[in-house]
Design a protein around this ligand. Structure first.
Ligand SMILES: CC[C@H](C(=O)O)C(=O)SCCNC(=O)CCNC(=O)[C@H](O)C(C)(C)COP(=O)(O)OP(=O)(O)OC[C@H]1O[C@@H](n2cnc3c(N)ncnc32)[C@H](O)[C@@H]1OP(=O)(O)O
Ligand SMILES: [Co+2]
Length: 134
């Protein structure tokens, strides 16, 4: 793992939460992007090089909708930047972590991503992110 890439926050409404985070952070979001396969719309803020990712469900069967149903709005996951996501996935499998996809998946903000099951990380949903070369 290289560094924390972003903190994911589950919100009911990007519009409402976006206004709140503009006030809270004192800055505008740099990107709003829907990732259909993940059934999420995202909005990214950059705070001195650290990123906040707001996540709204695009359908009732989205993992974000289920999270909010169960736990309410709030911190959803921690994403780490990795240089080689395939190698990191193999290392984590070796270490006994449960990965939630066989292969890296296309994520938001031009990344390849993979998630680690929170039951194997002490209750924290972890995301791996590698920059997708354009
Ligand atoms: C990719 C676009 C974007 C990006 O950055 O590029 C994103 O970040 S998209 C983010 C949304 N997508 C995901 O989260 C994909 C990975 N997540 C999953 O596959 C599921 O959410 C999963 C497997 C973590 C949980 O699935 P589900 O909610 O259907 O299962 P359960 O409700 O039975 O939960 C099982 C167990 O996990 C605990 N849980 C669920 N979500 C979280 C969480 N965010 N953080 C910590 N723990 C979580 C839940 O409480 C259950 O624990 P238990 O002890 O059994 O009660
Ligand atoms: Co994320």
């Amino acid at each position: 793992m290289e560094r924390i890439e972003h903190i994911g926050i589950a919100v009911k409404s990007l519009e409402t939460a976006g206004l709140l985070y503009r006030k809270l952070l004192g800055t505008e979001p740099y990107k709003t992007e829907t990732v259909e396969p993940e059934k999420v719309s995202t909005q990214f803020f950059n705070v001195g090089g650290n990123k906040i990712e707001l996540l709204e469900a695009t359908s009732p069967d989205s993992t974000i909708a289920r999270f909010i149903e169960r736990k309410g709005e709030g911190i959803h996951h921690i994403a780490f930047e990795v240089d080689d996501i395939a190698a990191e996935m193999a290392r984590l499998r070796e270490e006994g972590f449960i990965l939630l996809s066989e292969e890296p998946l296309p994520g938001a903000d031009n990344k390849w991503v993979c998630f680690v099951h929170p039951r194997t990380t002490g209750g924290v949903l972890v995301e791996l992110c590698q920059e997708r070369s354009v």
